[in-house]
Design a protein around this ligand. Structure first.
Ligand SMILES: [Fe+2]
Length: 305
């Protein structure tokens, strides 16, 4: 990880006029996922971040209600999609990136260490030769500090490992789409017990994000409506997280955080959709090849997770 990336991000955030971008969030209550669409009103170019494909685990049926709401937003606002950005290979929902790519275009991107995640899951699902774990299913793999644009809005990719080894946060204009590094201050942080997860790395990643300017807006990928709150929320600031985040507010040491995270992770059930999600998301959201009867299948490894 480079210091350079954070310095560049800080300069970008401080110099950015907030009126130069529009953010619209779509919240999926079935998986508690916040998908975000960012666009540049000048060029009408857009990026879709962490879109959801609806999936019913009892029937194995996919559907497109959530993704179509995003498509409507794109079309109603006359936007051109440049990017379909994933913060990581999600374990709790399937990504709708390929469906959206077909409907509205855009390049699918994720962190370059997705290859590590793919390697782990290729082994777990015994995928054989039909699945290459070289990241080639994605159109673009970003490394820490990589810069690109959504129209005239500048973006920097930050590598923020911990929840998975490949997690990215996207610094877009004056805002950071943090993926599963942070949640709202009253809910804390993401678990680190999936294959390749690392609580110590997550602590360092969070500290890195929280070293950005106080007023930096942070957009979450999830909200589980913490106790005492009766509405979903997905936006905070660096200052709010630094002061109030129940797991990593200023003053919590790495040792304390790792002990808390490890203890808490032992009590958590596996996410309801982890098996279908991971198999689809490691393929950038594309489904496995159909078998000779024309049907596509996902696998369920017994007694492994
Ligand atoms: Fe996640």
């Amino acid at each position: 990880m480079t210091v350079f990336a954070i310095e560049t991000a800080t300069r970008q955030i401080e110099g950015f006029d907030r009126s130069r971008m529009v953010i619209r969030t779509f919240f999926d209550e079935a998986t508690f996922t916040a998908s975000h669409v960012v666009h540049d009103p000048a060029s009408r170019l857009a990026a879709i971040i962490d879109p959801v494909l609806d999936y019913d685990p009892s029937s194995g049926r996919t559907s497109h209600g959530s993704a179509d709401a995003v498509v409507d937003h794109i079309r109603n606002n006359d936007l051109t999609v440049d990017w379909l950005l994933e913060t990581h290979a999600h374990a709790d929902h399937l990504t709708a990136a390929p469906y959206l790519q077909e409907k509205v275009g855009g390049k699918i991107a994720i962190g370059h260490l997705i290859t590590t995640v793919q390697g782990v899951f290729a082994k777990l699902f015994n995928t054989g030769d039909d699945f290459r774990h070289d990241g080639s299913q994605f159109d673009r793999l970003f490394e820490d500090g990589d810069q690109f644009n959504i129209g005239s809005v500048p973006v920097i990719a930050l590598h923020v490992p911990g929840h998975t080894p490949a997690d990215l946060a996207y610094v877009v204009g004056d805002s950071v789409f943090v993926g599963d590094t942070l949640f709202m201050p009253d809910y804390g942080t993401a678990r680190c017990d999936f294959p390749g997860g690392d609580a110590q790395a997550l602590y360092q990643s969070v500290r890195r994000i929280l070293s950005l300017p106080d007023h930096t807006r942070l957009f979450m990928c999830h909200d589980y409506m913490a106790e005492g709150r009766d509405y979903y929320a997905w936006e905070s600031t660096v200052a709010e997280e630094r002061e109030h985040n129940i797991h990593v507010h200023q003053g919590v040491t790495e040792k304390e955080f790792v002990a808390m995270r490890t203890t808490r992770d032992r009590t958590l059930d596996m996410p309801r959709l982890i098996l279908p999600s991971v198999q689809v998301n490691m393929r950038a959201g594309f489904f496995p090849e159909a078998e000779d009867n024309g049907t596509r299948y996902l696998k369920i490894p017994l007694d492994v997770l």
